[in-house]
Design a binder for this molecule. Structure first.
Ligand SMILES: C[S@@+](CC[C@H](N)C(=O)[O-])C[C@H]1O[C@@H](n2cnc3c(N)ncnc32)[C@H](O)[C@@H]1O
Length: 192
């Protein structure tokens, strides 16, 4: 997938055009209250990076696409907000100090499944013990992608209980408005 070209062509069916309802629900429930540092890997042109900046968080947005990051900067500047913007293959990046949270939205389902173990390693390395992974796991039965399906059994294998505490509650489902209504399951995993 040539992500940069997709942004230049404005062919971005994964975008929600506004804050994800799960972000809003988590924010209203106070789930972000204790966070200071948060990264949005593969942030693209999603609104949540600015959403975290608006909450006063030290937010990092990372993407391969210069066009997407320029869009993020323009959105932040418009409201006098700031965030760190990193143009890089984020799977290879590591922070100077561990972070409080990762906000995962249509990034894991976008990368080739062969990179998933690398992603889990990276997220584990980014977070401090007790850090949170706010995950929106894309549900899709058909083979292929992107988006590649992130079934809960596959996610439990990828994020094993020895390294991640899973919530006891059933996940809330948020149908995607443009990806044929595919549900994203919202879950907060805690890094051990
Ligand atoms: C499906 S889009 C999702 C964008 C955004 N999270 C959203 O919800 O609109 C996937 C994003 O991941 C970025 N991406 C893909 N592989 C990446 C990598 N290895 N490092 C950083 N960004 C990557 C793409 O450029 C793209 O912006």
């Amino acid at each position: 997938m040539d992500w940069e070209q997709r942004f230049r062509d404005d062919t971005t069916p994964w975008e929600r055009k506004g804050l994800h309802p799960a972000f809003v629900d988590w924010r209203e429930a106070g789930a972000f209250a204790d966070l200071t540092t948060v990264i949005v890997p593969g942030c693209g042109r999603s609104a949540e990076l600015k959403g975290f900046a608006a909450l006063g968080k030290s937010a990092i947005g990372a993407d391969l696409s210069a066009t997407a990051l320029a869009w993020q900067k323009a959105q932040l500047d418009k409201d006098g907000l700031s965030a760190e913007l990193i143009e890089a293959d984020i799977l290879l990046w590591r922070p100077d100090a561990p972070l409080d949270a990762v906000y995962e939205q249509t990034f894991l389902c976008a990368i080739p499944p062969r990179l998933r173990a690398e992603y889990e390693e990276a997220v584990h390395a980014w977070l401090k013990p007790g850090g949170k992974l706010f995950a929106l796991f894309m549900q899709k039965d058909e083979p292929g992608g992107p988006p590649y399906g992130c079934s809960i059994p596959a996610m439990r294998e990828l994020f094993p209980a020895a390294r991640w505490a899973w919530p006891d509650s059933e996940p809330a489902a948020y149908p995607h408005p443009s990806l044929s209504g595919k549900p994203e399951l919202a879950m907060i995993l805690t890094r051990r």
